[in-house]
Design a protein around this ligand. Structure first.
Ligand code: CMC
Length: 439
């Protein structure tokens, strides 16, 4: 990385104040790949000015070695590996190890890592009472925000963020316990008994078993469904500085404990513009109902006066096909074939037709609005038997490793400071309190 104090004209830009004519030299930092970055850390001190960037569309909030996205080319890499390769040749535990530790595990490391995760999958028994406190019709994300936040009340031996060992234990705990919490939220919502984790199953198999098995009969885990579940976890594992990850980093920047930080990430993920999108895709497809109504909805999406948006289309970063969407589309077909429900799943047909029409429409082409990962994940999850309310909870299970890897990276960064953005104040500049308030 180029030093921020590098020589003047070589790696810097000049800022000119057109009012006063004053000029300042701002250093430019080069990453290993990707756009160059203007270093404005000293801007306020030197110029008395802030930058204005609501939504952070032009702001790098940190340096990171974890995930790289080239939105124009449709590239997503974790620690330098392409997502397509990871989805094809690795399992979720490999990807977790990669994100957390920087490298794919060798066989010895893999065995140890799987052991570390597996032996943290159970929840403190007392936590079951938390579930009982919720209404049965609570949204699983509401339950998850609460229960994950409450982990810090139970696991005091892993909340000291200055201790690397405690940070590692907290990381393993969260990756391990999240499927248990999500499955319990589901079981509670349908009134079935909780199913405890099983250490003889893989991460994905264990999650399917905790979600779908009942004590009354044997549950056979389909290898195709377990593979699809594992792939869904891989595809959602991390995605650079998105809203929930930035939320986790921001919460963590104050020194908050890791369980509280991840709970804040879950809260952010819940929104329909982020993790809630696959749920919204399904609702939208159900609302459209039949192929002949697609043009009507396309027109609504294009109408500036109509708030309706085509859910599952568009992305803040990808201005090309989301590489995860391609893998997900393939998985989607495999799952429907395995379950033999392609014909009974008219929503997939509808989704394909919607995709075809939108991709040929000038509005979507010009604005580079391609299907994103959520466009297909909702259909697969529905076919697998998950209710729509669980979709975002599954996303949270998968993204936990990304959040925790990013949080660890921030805590370990010697330069990290509390995140404290500034503002462009547009309000009143001083008002007299009305007399009636002064007595
Ligand atoms: N349908 C119709 N028009 C759209 C859509 C859409 N899905 N997405 C963007 N546009 C239009 C938008 O109206 C705007 O038009 P104009 O320039 O005329 O004002 C233009 O495209 C740019 O949109 P934007 O809102 O400025 O883009 P953004 O980067 O702020 O928003 C987004 C990105 C993902 C929030 C948005 O595309 C969207 O709301 N999509 C639907 C929700 C969705 O699928 N979200 C999942 C994101 S992927 C999962 C994840 O990584 O979390």
């Amino acid at each position: 990385m180029t030093n921020a104090n590098s020589e003047k004209s070589q790696n810097s830009v000049t800022l000119t104040d057109n009012q006063s004519g004053q000029q300042w030299e701002l250093p430019v930092i080069d990453g290993t790949v990707g756009p160059r970055v203007i270093d404005i850390r000293k801007l306020y001190g030197e110029t008395g000015m802030f930058t204005y960037d609501p939504g952070f569309t032009s702001t790098a909030s940190c340096d990171s070695e974890i995930t790289y996205i080239d939105g124009d080319k449709g590239i997503l890499m974790h620690r330098g590996y392409r997502i397509e390769d990871l989805a094809e040749h690795c399992d979720f535990m490999d990807v977790c190890h990669l994100l957390l530790n920087g490298d794919l595990p060798d066989s010895k490391q893999k065995t140890k890592f799987e052991h570390d995760i597996t032996y943290h999958t159970m929840l403190h028994e007392q936590m079951i009472y938390f579930f009982r406190g919720f209404r049965r019709d609570s949204h699983p994300m509401a339950v998850m925000v609460g229960v994950v936040g409450a982990l810090s009340a139970f696991y005091h031996d892993s909340t000291d963020i200055t201790d690397p060992h405690q940070r590692m234990v907290a990381s393993h705990r969260m990756i391990a316990k999240m499927p248990t919490i999500a499955a319990m939220a589901y079981k509670y919502s349908v009134g079935q008994p909780f199913v405890y984790p099983r250490n003889d199953l893989s991460y994905a198999e264990n999650f399917l078993n905790m979600t779908f098995s009942v004590p009354a009969e044997e549950y056979k885990i389909s290898p195709t469904l377990a593979r699809a579940m594992d792939r869904i976890f891989i595809l959602h594992a991390d995605h650079e500085q998105n809203a929930s990850t930035s939320t986790v980093r921001l919460a963590g920047s104050s020194g908050a404990n890791p369980f509280a930080c991840i709970a804040s990430g879950i809260a952010s993920l819940w929104g329909p513009a982020h993790g809630g999108a696959n749920e919204a895709v399904l609702r939208m497809l159900q609302e459209i109902g039949s192929k002949d109504r697609i043009p009507e909805f396309i027109e609504r999406a294009k109408d500036k006066n109509d708030p309706f948006r085509l859910m599952g289309f568009g992305h803040r970063v990808y201005k090309n096909y989301d590489p995860r969407a391609k893998v997900m589309q393939k998985s989607c077909h495999e799952v429907l074939d395995e379950l033999g429900i392609r014909k009974q799943e008219p929503l997939l047909d509808l989704a394909m037709e919607l995709e075809r029409i939108a991709l040929e429409d000038d509005f979507f082409v010009e604005k580079k609005l391609f299907p994103n990962v959520d466009f297909y994940s909702g259909i697969i999850l529905k076919a697998m038997g998950f209710p729509t309310s669980m979709f975002t909870a599954l996303f949270a299970v998968a993204r936990t490793v990304g959040w925790i890897a990013q949080w660890n990276e921030m805590v370990e960064d010697p330069n990290h400071r509390i995140s404290r953005p500034r503002q462009l104040y547009q309000g009143n500049t001083g008002r007299e309190l009305p007399e009636s308030f002064k007595s």
